[in-house]
Design a protein around this ligand. Structure first.
Ligand code: FES
Ligand code: FES
Length: 161
């Protein structure tokens, strides 16, 4: 199958590469660009491990063909920190021990970021809905929910400072 040109910006870096029409976005990120922070699990849009932010929206990169992302801006977990400064969501996950094996964490962080970008003062119920597409087999979710709430408060404080 003939390869086609894909132009994407990932974590503020512009890439041009040739991909097969059936190549998934998650494959481009992990296999072509070496951004293995994005994990791969179910490959059927169910677990949320592969979540990245595409043009501001959290998407499951296993359910998108790479060529559908032509011209898009993508943020992966590798682009979340500002240099050595962790994003408030990353910091809160550390502070609240919101992970155990960590396999779900990058997808969870990206869903939380997209959610908090839209909703700066969420209720616990809204946070639950915000990450409903991300599964975690280890934590029981309560530490994750607490971390996202704390991150929202932290981001709010930073804005007011
Ligand atoms: S690997 Fe994409 S949702 Fe599970
Ligand atoms: S920390 Fe292990 S799956 Fe979430």
């Amino acid at each position: 199958m003939e390869k086609e040109l894909l132009r994407i910006t990932v974590n503020n870096q512009y890439y041009e590469l040739y991909v097969k029409p059936k190549t998934l976005l998650v494959e481009v990120l992990r296999n072509h660009l070496d951004l293995s922070g994005t994990k791969r699990g179910c490959d059927s849009a169910s677990c949320g491990l592969c979540t990245v932010i595409l043009n501001g929206t959290a998407v499951k990169s296993c359910s998108i063909l790479a060529l559908q992302a032509e011209g898009a801006e993508i943020l992966t977990v590798e682009g979340l920190a500002d240099g050595s400064r962790l994003h408030p969501i990353q910091k809160a996950f550390l502070d609240y021990g919101a992970f155990q094996c960590g396999f779900c964490t990058s997808g969870m962080l990206m869903s939380a970021k997209a959610f908090l970008d839209e909703n700066q003062n969420p209720t616990p119920e809204e946070i639950k809905k915000g990450i409903h597409g991300n599964l975690c087999r280890c934590t029981g979710y309560s530490s994750i929910l607490r971390a996202i709430k704390a991150a929202a408060e932290d981001i709010d404080r930073e804005k007011k400072a």
